[in-house]
Design a protein around this ligand. Structure first.
Ligand code: ARG
Ligand code: ZN
Length: 854
């Protein structure tokens, strides 16, 4: 059953007003839906209400049971309706506590909560569960008051009271029409951190973050981020909040990060809870980034929603772009850009290069849950960023103003967004639309030649877009490339940076007044999500890493130098680490650079990224080459690392960008001290582990020790567990750190941990912390025995029966078999085949596995 974008048809029926009643109980909740339906256009098709695993207990049409007017058709309820407007009432019983899929209404930590996007609503009540049907909701619920003192839904509280038998009720009314995927309901025993925000036009908004009472002290960072996001969206986009209340509820069992339900966000608790003892700086950043993301959806997603799920990037790409810019404005823009690009390359470039490649606006799917991907989200954000770069901030803002004004209160398409940008800017974006339809990461070959006599330099750019499944031929795309030339001798930039849009297969750019040998700085700031192939020498890259005035380009030059060195070492078995050591020394000791930037730049490219540069990935050779470079860097610069380690020592915990940068550099320095083989390395790490007054330092040391064969490693594992065994989020780190270890016994340890009493398949965070981490550990997962593959497949089979959506998201590492040698490829395919042959495989898994096999 493949759903195609071209088959979109407007809905046969609309549903302007709905009333829902939830008689709540964890074992058996009775859900009643009363829908005011109206025929949409002239047709005589019946009303088809989506269901998923529902059995109708009651169906009333205009208040009457008309048994011959309705029937079940598979999971759906089909009703023949004679007129153009009717009231349809249905009732079902569902069991939240038996809902292991965590879609629809489910229980987490004794509380009840919902997750509807994309198609979870239909697991609660028969409904028009599609994003282009917008309704005003009135929601009544009742529940045991002692067990569920807090009853929340979208909009405003419009009534509440006590009932007999210790129950109580509440009614919520949302004045904004919305699609079902934005519905939310919570019945819980939680406490709130309450605060207030006044919008620029004077609306008073009550903000509440709901968590278990003992977690209240960990909600301050999320609250601060929420208020900062509200102010930022007013300032940067002119967008204000539109209701009197904004609630956020944190739950421990959640399939992904968080959900932007209108005025009632529901979050994975890992993106709400943070305090210095339990959260790393990365966790803190995750909290503020996701809080901002969900808040920004109130406009990019909720006020203007998506017509159908093929348009998902309309809200996700745009909202990721918005949250990236927010974070950049809050701290170091350069570091944020480096992190975003690192993630894009790690997750999205791999996706684009494999069997699951798809454009940011896919053409078809079997299960839409499989399309919440790095492509739709992160490449989608890059596409919006390119519009911002090409149009400039003013025209971009005019385009976004027009988009929100035109489409407020409706379900829009990616095309609507591009048209608004076009209309407001006057810029023709016809070719730009290819970014929505073509998959694959474009490659640009850049060749610079210099003619000293005439003082001219000629830059030749050539683009190719690789074939992807279903798209053998590609057209050239418009690639906005920020470009500058530097004089090798003078160390100065020749002229202001240029923005070149490469829109054909090839173009030549002439630079004049270039008297000395120029060095090319290209795709500065990562202005286009492409791969650049250039023939810059190690010396050129080292030069740029020291002298480029674009911080991203400096980072990039260092990365390229490291990658070239490592791929060279893998290919030839020979390595000259000298240039990298010199470049690293320069950066590490440059007093003008801040610690966070130095830290980012010192990080060696991941083993996976090195593999991505090779025709056939050799995980063992890559690991050896990278460890050799780590050791040589550690030894050659041991004094500098120890110095950096000492100068980043803090006597008091702070969350400032400077303090975060210092912690980052400190843990990286520790890693290099350990890699040097210095005999006191493990001891220094264990001391940092024990003495740390924050999780960043503790985790930094723990990560370094987890890779070590020294006895200090066992001490750290035991101490970490004893200290944090009651904190699920921290225990996740305990699992994942061990699963990321490069020790040769990691697979044994992972298998052992899968039997640990604290391991459970039911909690997605815990599952990912072991299984996701192991399959992201290239050396370990690709153990030539195939044990890593088998372990993953064993787990997937177990999880699929419980939570297919989360299982399916763990399939892609197996789909990379084409990138490996025959032996590994055969073993990977065998596991995929084993999955495919399993009777009763979910639709989610079937799509991922069958596409991965090819
Ligand atoms: N809309 C949510 C967010 O971006 C995520 C929903 C993910 N849904 C899914 N089925 N994976 O913030
Ligand atoms: Zn989102």
């Amino acid at each position: 059953p493949v759903i195609r974008r071209e088959d979109y048809r407007k809905p046969d029926w609309l549903m302007p007003d709905v009333f829902l009643d939830f008689a709540l109980d964890p074992a058996r909740a009775l859900v009643t839906g009363r829908l005011d339906v109206t025929r949409n256009g002239a047709h005589n098709r019946p009303l088809r209400l989506h269901g998923d695993g529902l059995v109708p207990l009651k169906v009333l049409i205009d208040g009457e049971a008309q048994a011959d007017a309705w029937r079940m058709d598979g999971p759906d309820l089909v009703i023949d309706l004679p007129g153009d407007a009717h009231v349809v009432e249905t009732q079902v019983a569902i069991s939240p506590e038996a809902n292991s899929q965590l879609m629809g209404l489910y229980a987490s930590g004794g509380n009840l909560c919902s997750q509807c996007e994309p198609e979870g609503f239909r697991r609660m009540v028969f409904f028009l569960d599609r994003p282009d049907v917008l309704s005003r909701y009135r929601v009544r619920m009742d529940a045991d008051k002692a067990r569920f003192p807090v009853l929340l839904s979208n909009g405003d509280l419009t009534g509440s009271g006590d009932l007999e038998h210790g129950r109580h009720w509440a009614e919520w009314t949302d004045p904004f029409p919305k699609p079902s995927y934005l519905f939310a309901l919570v019945a819980a025993n939680l406490s709130a951190n309450v605060d207030h925000f006044t919008t620029k036009s004077g609306r008073e908004v009550k903000l509440a973050i709901w968590v278990v009472e003992s977690d209240l002290p960990k909600t301050g960072h999320a609250m601060a981020a929420l208020k900062a996001s509200m102010a930022w969206d007013e300032k940067v986009y002119g967008l204000e909040y539109d209701l009197g209340e904004y609630n956020i509820v944190a739950v421990h069992d959640f399939n992904f990060g968080a959900m932007e339900n209108k005025s009632l966000n529901i979050f994975n608790s890992r993106y709400i809870l943070a305090d210095p003892d339990t959260a790393t700086d990365i966790d803190y950043d995750g909290v503020s980034g996701v809080v901002a993301h969900e808040y920004f959806h109130n406009w990019s997603g909720n006020r203007v929603t998506c017509r159908d799920w093929f348009q998902l990037s309309l809200k996700e790409g745009f909202t990721v772009f918005r949250d990236q810019c927010f974070t950049a404005d809050q701290g170091s823009a350069a570091v944020k850009r480096i992190e975003d690009v690192r993630l894009l390359r790690a997750a999205q470039f791999q996706e684009d290069a494999g069997p699951l490649a798809h454009p940011i606006r896919p053409e078809s799917y079997m299960e839409v849950s499989n399309f919440y991907t790095a492509t739709v989200y992160n490449k989608g954000a890059e596409v919006v960023r390119m519009l911002h770069t090409m149009l400039g901030p003013q025209k971009f803002r005019a385009g976004s103003d027009l988009y929100f004004a035109r489409h407020d209160g409706t379900a829009a398409t990616c095309e609507d967004f591009v048209v608004a940008m076009e209309d407001a800017s006057g810029v023709d974006l016809s070719q730009f639309r290819l970014w929505y339809s073509q998959a694959g990461t474009p490659r640009v070959r850049a060749t610079l030649s210099h003619e000293p006599a005439g003082g001219r330099a000629l830059l030749t750019l050539e683009q190719t877009v690789p074939p992807t499944p279903g798209q053998p031929e590609k057209k050239p795309m418009p690639l906005p490339l920020r470009i500058a030339l530097f004089g090798e001798r003078s160390q100065r930039k020749f002229e202001e940076e240029r923005l070149v849009v490469l829109d054909g297969e090839r173009c030549e750019i002439l630079f004049e007044g270039i008297a000395e040998r120029p060095v090319l700085s290209i795709n500065r700031g990562f202005s286009a999500p492409v791969v650049i192939d250039s023939d810059r020498s190690a010396a050129d890259l080292a030069f740029l890493s020291a002298h480029d005035d674009d911080p991203f380009a400096r980072y990039e030059a260092m990365q390229q130098l490291m990658v070239d060195t490592l791929t060279g070492a893998v290919a030839t078995g020979q390595a000259d680490h000298g240039p990298v050591i010199d470049a690293v020394r320069n950066t590490l000791t440059d007093p003008k650079l801040d610690a966070s930037f130095i830290g980012e730049t010192m990080l060696l490219p991941s083993e996976a990224f090195i593999g991505d540069q090779m025709a056939v990935v050799d995980p063992v050779a890559i690991h050896k080459a990278r460890e050799a470079l780590r050791r040589d860097l550690g030894q050659a610069l041991e004094g500098e690392w120890r110095d950096a380690y000492e100068r980043t020592r803090a006597n008091r915990f702070e969350l400032s960008p400077q303090a975060k940068g210092a912690r980052r550099l400190r843990s990286i320095a520790l890693g290099f001290i350990m890699a040097s083989g210095a005999s006191d390395g493990p001891e220094i790490a264990l001391r940092q582990f024990h003495d740390a007054d924050n999780m960043t330092d503790r985790q930094g040391a723990f990560g370094a020790l987890a890779n070590s064969m020294a006895p200090e490693r066992d001490a750290a594992i035991a101490a970490f567990y004893e200290r944090f065994r009651d904190n699920g989020l921290v225990l996740d780190k305990w699992f994942s750190t061990q699963a990321f270890s490069i020790r040769p016994d990691t697979l044994d340890r992972v298998e052992e941990l899968s039997q640990h009493p604290d391991f459970t398949l039911a909690n997605p965070n815990r599952l990912r912390s072991l299984v996701g981490a192991m399959s992201g550990n290239q050396l370990i997962f690709h153990d030539a025995s195939g044990r890593g593959y088998r372990f993953l497949a064993d787990m997937l089979l177990k999880v699929d029966g419980l939570n297919p959506q989360t299982a399916a998201k763990l399939v892609p590492p197996l789909g990379r078999w084409r990138r490996f040698d025959e032996g590994r490829a055969g073993l990977m395919k065998a596991q995929l085949q084993r999955l495919l042959d399993t009777p009763g495989l979910s639709k989610d898994m079937f799509e991922q596995v069958s596409k991965s096999l090819g």
